[in-house]
Design a protein around this ligand. Structure first.
Ligand code: UDP
Length: 236
């Protein structure tokens, strides 16, 4: 087993599966299965999930909603996904805690760093909902920041694409995937991995990122076993 403590970032968009909106139950179940397999190895798991399948702050302007208000709506959207994931993990026999970046006391705990670490040590899966709790940030930034705070060894960014490519693989057929690349090269080649705030946080704190396809069964498990899945981004 290569990692003892991981931060898994799941995108909200991936959660909708083939649907146009909302949550796909089979996708949710697949995530629960994959997470369980890793949890059974004794890996400590923290999760950040996005909200793009429900609402994104940047969409707010299009419908006449103030940007900051829209960002809070986006944070609440991530909380809805986090609650769905929490429920699914518990139905599959895992113990979990949901911690929120904004106060929603009837639903979950507030984020308290030392408490989050204690939950992890006790084998509970910790889900961080509602982002950092501030507008103008993303769930990628949340993933980077929380990973650093809880001293995770790696950020595993699960997406629909199986890594970082020389160009957008959905648009350019000749695009090639990197097995490994440095933070510096990602900057120089202007490749998209995460938004800059999230990316810089990882670089400055020497926290490796792995971009991989979460929709492919057992990718997560293989990654934790140290197999070559997706693209690893490190300092050198
Ligand atoms: N958001 C925010 N602050 C945070 C995290 C999220 O304002 O700390 C808002 C932001 O509007 C974002 C939305 O929540 O667009 C949903 O998150 P994101 O777009 O990162 O989700 P994903 O695309 O990964 O599903």
């Amino acid at each position: 087993m290569k990692y003892k403590r991981i931060l898994l970032k799941l995108s909200g968009e991936a959660l909708m599966g083939d649907k146009n909106y909302g949550i796909d139950s089979s996708r949710l179940q697949q995530y629960a299965n994959d997470i369980k397999a890793v949890h059974e190895l004794g890996v400590e798991i923290a999760i950040v999930i996005g909200g793009g399948n429900i609402f994104r702050g940047v969409q707010a302007g299009n419908v006449g909603i103030d940007r900051v208000q829209g960002d809070y709506m986006g944070m609440l959207a991530t909380l809805i996904n986090a609650m769905a994931l929490q429920s699914s993990l518990e139905q599959n026999g895992m113990y979990t805690r949901l911690m929120s970046g904004i106060k929603v006391e009837s639903v979950c705990e507030p984020f308290i760093r030392r408490r989050a670490i204690r939950h992890l040590e006790k084998g509970r899966i910790v889900i961080f909902g509602a982002g950092i709790g501030n507008p103008y940030f993303t769930t990628d930034s949340t993933a980077s920041l929380r990973a650093i705070e809880i001293e995770a060894e790696v950020v595993l960014k699960g997406t629909r694409v199986d890594g970082v490519y020389t160009a957008d693989p959905e648009k350019d057929r000749d695009a090639k995937r990197y097995d490994k690349i440095s933070f510096q090269e990602v900057y120089e080649k202007n490749l998209s991995v995460m938004d800059m705030t999230a990316f810089t946080l990882c670089q400055e704190n020497n926290l490796p990122i792995i971009v991989f396809d979460m929709n492919k069964k057992e990718n997560l498990l293989n990654l934790v076993h140290g197999k070559n899945v997706g693209t690893l981004i490190t300092s050198k």
